[in-house]
Design a protein around this ligand. Structure first.
Ligand SMILES: [Zn+2]
Length: 90
């Protein structure tokens, strides 16, 4: 009658631990995340929304939607220019 020895079981457990430790979770960290913080833009609504994205286009698009929906602006090239000047990077 041969049961697996204690050492053998410890070895298996240890190798499982090593395997887990070797798993590298790929994380894509953008070099600079851009964002627009509504608090920088004086408004009567005291809006505290911050919008962020990895590309200027996404960010301006989202900011335009927010400006139209929440602040009652009209989507125009001027509004987009103005929002583009509010972009900051982290
Ligand atoms: Zn806002």
């Amino acid at each position: 009658m041969t049961a697996p020895s204690r050492n053998r079981r410890q070895e298996i457990a240890a190798s499982r631990k090593r395997a887990q430790a070797e798993i590298v979770v790929p994380r894509e960290v953008p070099m600079s995340r851009m964002f627009i913080d509504c608090r920088d833009y004086p408004s009567e609504k005291n809006c505290t929304v911050a919008i962020s994205a990895d590309t200027k286009k996404e960010l301006v698009d989202a900011a335009v939607q927010h400006a139209v929906a929440v602040h009652g602006h009209h989507d125009s090239p001027q509004l987009r220019d103005q929002l583009a000047t509010m972009i900051k990077t982290q």
